[in-house]
Design a protein around this ligand. Structure first.
Ligand code: 5GP
Length: 203
């Protein structure tokens, strides 16, 4: 199917535990023009995570080598390194597919500089207590990690002020329909149209 509008990046950020991964999965399930960027990371896989599907789990020395030009952005998040392979982004955009990136705020800023048309979406919890409770019940994050993530969460939430869109994840249904609506609206932006439809049709 050929598209009338140019493909773009959708950057989704938000504090750890806010539900970004679920929202991204739902977007992918409901919109066949969107692909997910698979990041490389030096952290170890959690139970249920699959190499090449959830992340590319790589050693630190391999990551260091990739920093010489293979990433569109990379960052140190909670003590592990994460990066977005650049080649995949360009290939998908050139092929007319939008790409969604679930990345932290440091990486998001780098992406916005390289791809100014990127759509920046920040996911907020309904309250800080709610976020804390979600992180505690997630099970895979405990003790020191939990403390670090909570301390970082307030700083991360403050960064939401610079994003284009805010979504409060108090209901997964509503939050996912808001994310889908943002993508749909962005596709309709005049500057993303592949042809100058207004002049063509008003001639
Ligand atoms: P987790 O380890 O829980 O999967 O992810 C931790 C954080 O790293 C999340 O905030 C996630 O958005 C971020 N993250 C995942 N992949 C990337 C990436 O490629 N680049 C950057 N900058 N952040 C990432």
């Amino acid at each position: 199917m050929s598209r009338l509008s140019h493909a773009f990046l959708i950057v989704v950020s938000g504090p750890s535990g806010v539900g970004k991964t679920t929202l991204v999965e739902r977007l992918l399930a409901s919109d066949r023009l969107v692909r997910r960027s698979i990041s490389a990371t030096t952290r170890t896989a959690r139970s249920g995570e699959v190499d090449g599907r959830d992340y590319f789990f790589i050693a630190r020395d391999r990551f260091e080598a990739m920093k010489n030009g293979e990433f569109a952005e990379w960052a140190d998040v909670h003590g592990a390194l994460y990066g977005t392979p650049k080649e995949f982004l360009q290939r998908e955009l050139d092929g007319g597919r939008d790409v969604v990136l679930n990345i932290d705020i440091q990486g998001a800023n780098q992406v916005k500089r390289s791809f100014p048309g990127a759509v920046m979406v920040f996911i907020l919890p309904p309250s800080f207590n709610d976020l804390e409770a979600r992180l505690q019940t997630r099970g895979d994050v405990s003790g020191e990690t939990l403390k670090v993530r909570l301390a970082n969460a307030r700083k991360e939430i403050a960064a939401g002020a610079t994003y284009d869109y805010l979504i409060v994840n108090d209901s997964v249904e509503r939050a996912s329909s808001e994310l889908a609506a943002i993508v749909t609206a962005e596709r309709c932006r005049r500057e993303r149209q592949a042809r100058d439809l207004v002049s063509e049709l008003s001639r």
